[in-house]
Design a protein around this ligand. Structure first.
Ligand code: NZQ
Ligand code: ZN
Length: 389
């Protein structure tokens, strides 16, 4: 097993009826003024917002509503103004990956002198050096953002979507109550399943390894997601299924799977470009790119694809045949959830995308893609080209 360091300080509080712990969790940080950040209003409709406000009656609370799916820089900068003006000392994110990522950005940007977008662009050496403490209440199992220190922020006016992260951005705590799944639209449940599945594959479909436990952990998540997918889509109120979905999504990106593992993440890097250009849901961007990327990088990935095919889809036969069928099975799984893997189905004007995305990776010299760092801009163009059919 490769050497590794593992650090994850986020306290996870998992299960039903955990909100009464909120005041004590925040009190640990001697916070008085809280900015409660949320999305477009689902938590108003579900009643969660009122429940939280009731729990926080002894604190000074300021509400910041309106963080979009794929959180927008300009919106988050408005929240930064509120943090500074009201001298906020703790932020509470209530939502899915977008709200949580947005709060990570707000927490760092509030202490940053200058334009924090520079940190994400990496054109200068500037980094976030300090961050306000924040906690999260998760309402959508998908990204794992509630238990990691990364975030992705969008700027639709320049069609960019960029990531950042550092140990500053681990949430202090995250409350994970699986009953939130019951109000999710089917589209978001499907997104959650696919995002968690892809987080696992990004860390698994790389090199054959001696990390026997990490391999089986990854396979355990993939098999569980396949097992529960149709059931949770049909019955989001099923607590047994919802709790397993929530823990799969959490575990897929809380840092455990990558211990001693060389990871890929190129499907995510290319997928972000599709979201930036066409507004495609994050998980769907991954479903479009992954099968084509596995075909183009088949020589690199064929041994792990074979293991994946055997252990996840019980395929048998000749090795390369199994590896090829494993790609087909993966795409069929996404399609069975109602996700199209054809970029043509998401926008009328996609023909320009392959060349534009290639150019973006050419311009970003700091990006080294793939577990071997050998996925070049020409191959990126080909992958996007092949996703249009
Ligand atoms: O905004 P509201 O009204 O709350 O509605 C949201 C939103 O429209 C709705 N929703 C959330 N919880 C709900 C609910 N509706 C009803 N009931 C509930 N309980 O769902 C919609 C989508 O929410 P969003 O937060 O955008 O979805 P998701 O959790 O999939 O997050 C996607 C974002 O996370 C980033 C993605 O790039 C994307 O920007 N990611 C973050 C990662 C990380 N930090 O580790 C890793 C991922 O790979 C990903 O890149
Ligand atoms: Zn993802």
């Amino acid at each position: 097993m490769n050497s590794f360091e593992y650090y994850n300080p986020t306290k996870i509080i998992f299960g039903k009826n955990q909100l009464s712990k909120l005041p004590q969790l925040i009190n640990e940080f001697q916070a008085k003024k809280i900015l409660l950040v949320y999305g477009g209003g689902s938590i108003e409709k579900t009643g969660l917002l009122n429940q939280i406000i009731t729990q926080l009656s002894l604190f000074e609370i300021h509400l910041f509503k309106g963080v979009e799916a794929n959180p927008e820089y300009r919106t988050l900068m408005k929240a930064v103004e509120v943090v500074r003006e009201k001298q906020i000392d703790f932020i509470l994110a209530v939502g899915g990956g977008s709200v949580i990522d947005g709060v990570k950005f707000i927490s760092g940007a509030s202490y940053f002198n200058g334009d924090p977008w520079e940190v994400l662009q990496r054109t200068t050496n500037k980094i976030f050096e300090k961050a306000l403490p924040f906690g999260t209440i998760l309402t959508l199992p998908a990204t794992g953002s509630e238990a990691n220190s990364g975030a992705v922020i969008s700027r639709s006016e320049i069609k960019e979507k960029l990531a950042f992260g550092s140990a500053l951005f681990f949430p202090k705590f995250s409350i994970l109550d699986p009953t939130v799944v019951s109000t999710l639209p089917k589209r978001q449940i499907v997104n959650g399943i696919v995002d968690a599945y892809m987080h696992t594959l990004e860390q698994y479909l790389t090199f054959p390894s001696d990390n026997l436990l990490q391999e089986r952990e990854a396979e355990g998540i993939l098999l569980t997601l396949i097992e529960i997918a149709q059931g949770i889509i049909e019955n989001p109120s099923d607590y047994r299924l919802a709790s397993n979905l929530m823990y799969c999504a959490n575990h897929a990106l809380d840092g455990n799977l990558r211990c001693g593992v060389i990871t890929d993440w190129s499907t995510h890097a290319i997928g972000h470009e599709l979201t930036a250009l066409f507004g495609i849901d994050h998980a769907r961007s991954l479903a479009i790119i992954a099968p084509r990327l596995y075909e183009i990088k088949f020589e690199n990935k064929k041994e792990k694809l074979e293991q994946y095919g055997k252990r996840i889809f019980q395929l048998s036969g000749e090795n390369e045949e199994i590896a090829k069928k494993a790609i087909i099975k993966t795409e069929a799984f996404f399609n069975s959830l109602g996700i199209s893997t054809n970029l043509n189905d998401y926008s009328e004007d996609v023909a320009f995308a392959p060349a534009v995305i290639r150019k973006r990776f050419e311009d970003r010299a700091w990006t080294k893609l793939g577990e071997r760092q050998d996925l070049n801009p020409e191959e990126v163009e080909l992958i996007v080209q092949k996703s249009i059919f």
